[in-house]
Design a protein around this ligand. Sequence first.
Ligand SMILES: NC(=O)c1ccc[n+]([C@@H]2O[C@H](COP(=O)([O-])OP(=O)(O)OC[C@H]3O[C@@H](n4cnc5c(N)ncnc54)[C@H](OP(=O)(O)O)[C@@H]3O)[C@@H](O)[C@H]2O)c1
Length: 281
Amino acid sequence: MYLVIGATAFFGRQAVEELAARSGARVRALTRTPDKADLPASVELVAADLTMPETLPPALAGIEAAFLVLPYGMDVAPLLAAAQAAGVRRLVFLSSGAITGRAEQQPDVIAQYHRDVERAIEASGIEWTFLRVLFPAINSLAFATQLQGGDVVRAPYTRAAVSAVHERDVAAVAARVLVDGGHAGRVYDLTGPESLTAAQQVRILGQELGRPLTVEDLDPAPVLEQMSQFMDAEFLAALFGLMADAVGKPAPVNDVIEQITGRPARTYATWVADHRADFGG
Ligand SMILES: NC(=O)c1ccc[n+]([C@@H]2O[C@H](COP(=O)([O-])OP(=O)(O)OC[C@H]3O[C@@H](n4cnc5c(N)ncnc54)[C@H](OP(=O)(O)O)[C@@H]3O)[C@@H](O)[C@H]2O)c1
């Protein structure tokens, strides 16, 4: 039996679907609200809350391997204690490409949180595999709200280059690692198949949606100040730092997704086609 945590959001939901589609894979999805989960009928739903340790033992019972998609900042200790007690054999953690190497001290809060979780998992004694993702393609959903009001995307760092990863590819890797095993102690940096700036992404969006989209580059400082009024300021500063670092150089591209899943990583155009409805298409 495989458990997916974060099963109702991106990555986790797709991983549940990937696992459920594999004949013979029994899948359990952890959610605080099973009534709202809307997952395939074959999936076992378990009501549990990562902040309420007493809810976790039934969720972990009988689990061979689990995929951890954790809300940013979530304390992983209660989950690891429950996994150890239940005899879970493998953990696959969706980590962050912001991490540099294996160092304890990381350069920003995003990298630090994810590395702290990785280290806690390493110390648990359970076999682990880390999937590090820097810029998932779902970050482009931020463009969708703007495009409801016109054909211009206004954003800072439009010349930052990223190799955006389709959430389905992350899920496909997670499913293979969960089911196949043989990836213990491996850290995989998952990238998309192409390095694209945000401006190039918007051009592809326009082509796919049949709209004359343009971009306008914004000064990051006032945008950061405004967003910090309603979002975690340290998190945002780290995110803006990562984007600033990505300006003026191509993003790394590798074939890890193809090596593990046997099919090339999906392109950004494919991601847009899969998300046409999110852009009103
Ligand atoms: N966006 C990026 O740039 C990026 C890059 C790399 C990695 N990631 C990773 O992806 C993670 C998830 O991101 P996301 O934005 O898709 O999800 P999210 O909005 O942070 O989390 C939502 C998911 O977490 C579950 N959840 C929230 N609180 C919970 C709790 N107390 N107990 C149990 N489950 C709980 C929700 O399940 P229910 O509501 O059904 O209970 C839902 O499935 C990030 O934290 C990060 O580690 C993101």
